[in-house]
Design a protein around this ligand. Sequence first.
Ligand SMILES: [Zn+2]
Ligand SMILES: [Zn+2]
Length: 217
Amino acid sequence: MFDHHRQLADSIEVLDRDQKEIFYSALNIHGHACGGMPMGFAAGMAALEALGIERERNMDTMAVMEIGNAHAAGCFADGVQFATGATFGKGVMRKDPKGKWAFKLIHKPTGRAVKVRIRNEVLDKAFAAPFITEYRIKGVNPTDIPAEVGDPAVKRPFGMKFEDMFIIEGPFDIELPKVKPCFERVTCTGCGATVAENYAHYAEGKPYCVDCTPYGS
Ligand SMILES: [Zn+2]
Ligand SMILES: [Zn+2]
């Protein structure tokens, strides 16, 4: 698997050395060759370029995904996550599920944002490709799809110009609430679980987790 992913990443000539490394990691972490993740990766690169910022290594850039649940090509979100570095675990990727292949990328220090959406005709082509019509729609897992079908799906987004693939709105200003991360922990009086203090509920002065809170959350 890793050798195959290495070959795939190295074969994409429009990516520079660092981007190839990240895309290689993206394939490894995502786990399979598909069309959705790479499309999200290209969309993430387009969003960074439009905002004039680098890939996020801390928590300054936030992605709000409009991808929904239980529909095709949700893998798109992983591509955005890996390309932009706005990850779920850092708390800078969240879903606003609307069933759209679109997202906002927000640079918090400047309050600037862009919105990126895949063009309809690009989605039409992706959904008409054998990857979907011959395999995914029939319930075949992506890892069971032959490389001669999966690999072209991976490479396709990198053979197109960003403007031919995406509609990019902005950069525009965006209003952001000021939130400070909580470093405090408490122990739930009910079950003994450690809970981030900003998620604790107090009854008679004692902390409870959401599951054990006596009066409901
Ligand atoms: Zn995928
Ligand atoms: Zn508890």
